[in-house]
Design a protein around this ligand. Structure first.
Ligand code: ZN
Length: 277
């Protein structure tokens, strides 16, 4: 018997999620944070301990600046990860992690590759350093959740000429009977705050946030919040026919199957009415 597909839904049963990722810890982060906070948007900030320099000593200041947002790794010295020895990749990642964890008291397992560069060697180093995910700079112009979180390709950079068109597509998309339309959508925008200073185009981000914020069917989350939720969804235990599911996680998980929405609570086992596509 043909069984229905199981589609992830974000917390609260939402179809869509939006996340932002900003690199290098520039002073202009302050202004960018003001914009995000005013719009209740969540972002991840990828920082290099050596580039923050003395600033890192003021742990309280780092925590306060990025309060409510994720602090993630970006290599201690921002090197080319495809052009340094394997052990140095691990060192650059681990030492960045160690310094920021000590400074902030947070558990930090997110990452963006400096310059977006990686090769096959990098993945073992990410694992060794306890990194959960790492972002590249390769625009997909799509809204997919990554299969491999060490290759988390963003939808686009904020300067992408398609940004506004992608925002419209993301907001207007309705979940129809088309199978492909039932998949969850993740809109992922990245950049550097100093680019708004250099290009004198802060209004670009103001306008983007005005457009995409405050939507009831969108989950605004940091990168690590999305990673944790998707991993929890993937950990759900199913029987072979996908008619019974158990949630071994500490958080409720939402999904939809055969036109019916489900929420499986922590520790709960649910019967799923799964009789076809
Ligand atoms: Zn960078």
């Amino acid at each position: 018997m043909a069984k229905g597909n199981i589609f992830l839904r974000f917390p609260g049963g939402k179809y869509k999620a939006l996340t932002l990722s900003y690199d290098d810890g520039a002073p202009a982060d302050e202004r960018l944070l003001d914009i995000f906070n005013a719009h209740h948007m969540k972002a991840t900030f990828n920082l290099n301990a050596k580039m923050l320099g003395e600033g890192l000593k003021e742990a309280a200041l780092v925590n306060k600046r990025y309060e409510g947002h994720e602090i993630a790794l970006h290599g201690l010295n921002h090197p080319l990860y495809d052009s340094i020895p394997h052990a140095t990749i691990a060192y650059e990642t681990m030492h960045d992690r160690e310094l920021f964890e000590k400074a902030t008291g947070r558990i930090i397992t997110g990452m963006a590759y400096p310059f977006g560069l990686y090769n096959e060697e990098v993945f073992a180093a990410m694992k060794a350093a306890g990194v959960d995910y790492s972002r590249t700079c390769a625009a997909t112009h799509a809204f997919r959740i990554p299969d491999n979180f060490y290759l988390w390709h963003p939808t686009c950079h904020h300067n992408d000429e398609r940004l506004s068109e992608l925002a419209d597509t993301f907001l207007e998309k309705k979940f129809t009977d088309d199978l492909y339309d039932k998949r969850p959508m993740l809109f992922y925008v990245w950049g550097h705050s100093f680019e708004f200073e250099n290009n004198n185009n802060w209004e670009l981000m103001e306008n983007f946030c005005d457009k995409v914020s405050g939507k009831d069917n969108v989950w605004y989350a940091t990168n690590i919040e999305i990673f944790h939720y998707v991993e929890s969804f993937r950990r759900l235990r199913w029987n072979l026919e996908a008619t019974r599911v158990q949630n071994p996680n500490a958080e409720p998980i939402w999904f939809t199957c055969c036109g019916k929405d489900y929420c499986v609570k922590p520790g709960e086992t649910l019967k799923v009415d799964n009789e076809g596509i």
